[in-house]
Design a protein around this ligand. Structure first.
Ligand SMILES: *Cc1c(COP(=O)(O)O)cnc(C)c1O
Length: 367
């Protein structure tokens, strides 16, 4: 029996073949003398907007800032009510709170762990909702057509959280092109990841794009003229932009390999104690491959014993986080709360070998 561990992710494997190209990118920026909001950022913004099928992209410092500034650019401010799921590691909720707005938590469906449109409709019926954050969790497109229809007729802004879903598509349209504005993260482990922090706001509204562009740089409308409330410094580094430009042409290939691994798992894992997602098409880019088990902790220990690393995405729902000091204790989200106890993430990244995938399948089937 082989004793090597199957890692849940490996950035070292992912980046190793790119070392020469990324080093050249860094050297080019170092030599250029232009390190913040230079030509590399401008080129990345044009290229990534086109990749998403949107007209504008604004590079920012990270994905959480992208969410916050996207919310502000559609008019969310102090006292606004914003719908958000509670199963996405506090990113959306953190952004809502940073705007001085109130999170309105809505439960998810039990198959995809995505915001449940019928419950969203109930929340919207209470009126006074300014925006909805639609999280394409684990790299799977949410029920976006229904959501767009619900929100458009009520004038509610749609902010897509695409931090796990770069390149997920439906009917030829990509994540980030369905709502009013979208937020992306380029944290190193994302499907498109930099070698540090990075993020982007994507939109096809000239007005939202201009506002986001001003908010990421102190709320300036001209140099040293701070016009907008809520502005701050959140810029994408030139070095990261150049590296992202080098990696973007590989994204669809990486996503295809991730999806291939996910579908091998979904077809190969056959165990009545483990629920796997159905095999998926281009709507899912397999950022995370998550199974469910009522004996999750035992499954996790079993896999660890066979050298298969796992993780939990995510163990504590947003409305139960200690930072709220009990403010949301009265809120119940049965599906969200249940899934937090059953979810287990298996290794899924483009450089995983077929042999490792088989080892994971075998280990699950031996549970
Ligand atoms: C990673 C992530 C973010 C935040 O991105 P950062 O760059 O780490 O701030 C937001 N939403 C989701 C769903 C994420 O996975």
């Amino acid at each position: 029996m082989t004793t090597s561990v199957v890692p849940v992710n490996s950035l070292a494997r992912h980046i190793a073949p790119l070392k020469a190209a990324l080093s050249a990118d860094a050297a080019r920026v170092i030599d250029s003398g232009h390190y913040v909001l230079g030509p590399g950022v401008a080129e990345f913004e044009r290229t990534f907007a086109a990749y998403c099928g949107a007209s504008d992209c604004i590079g920012v410092a990270n994905g959480t800032d992208a969410l916050e500034l996207a919310l502000k650019s559609v008019g969310v401010g102090v006292g606004s009510r914003v719908v958000v799921v509670a199963n996405a590691a506090m990113y959306g909720t953190t952004a809502v709170l940073a705007c001085g707005a109130t999170p309105i938590f809505v439960d998810v469906d039990s198959e995809g762990a995505l915001i449940e449109p019928t419950l969203l409709a109930e929340a919207l019926a209470t009126g006074d909702i300014k925006a909805v954050i639609v999280t394409h969790l684990y790299g799977r497109l949410a029920h976006i057509d229904q959501i767009v229809e619900l929100c458009r007729s009520r004038g509610v802004a749609i902010v897509e959280d695409c931090a796990q879903a770069h390149g997920a598509r439906s009917s030829g349209r990509a994540a980030g092109s369905f709502g009013d504005v979208a937020a992306f993260s380029f944290y190193p482990t994302k499907n498109l990841g930099a070698l540090g922090d990075g993020g982007a706001i994507v939109t096809s509204s000239a007005e939202i794009g201009q506002r986001a562009r001003q908010l990421r740089q102190y709320g300036w409308t001209a140099k040293y003229t701070n016009t907008h409330v809520g502005g701050r410094n959140s810029r994408l580094d030139e070095i990261q932009a150049r590296m992202l430009l080098t990696m973007l042409p590989m994204l669809d290939g990486w996503n295809a390999r991730r999806r291939d691994i996910a579908n091998r798992y979904s077809n190969g894992i056959q165990n009545s104690g483990i629920t796997v997602p159905a095999p998926a098409d281009e709507r899912y880019v397999a950022h995370l491959y998550v199974v469910h088990s009522d004996r999750r902790d035992a499954l996790r220990a079993h896999l660890e014993g066979l050298g298969v690393q796992t993780d939990i995405h995510y163990p504590v729902p947003d409305h139960r986080q200690p930072c709220h000091q009990g403010a949301y204790d009265h809120i119940q989200l049965p599906v969200t709360e249940k899934l937090a106890t059953t979810a287990l993430t298996l290794p899924c990244f483009p450089e995983l070998t077929d042999e490792e995938v088989e080892r994971v399948i075998d280990a699950c089937n031996q549970f």
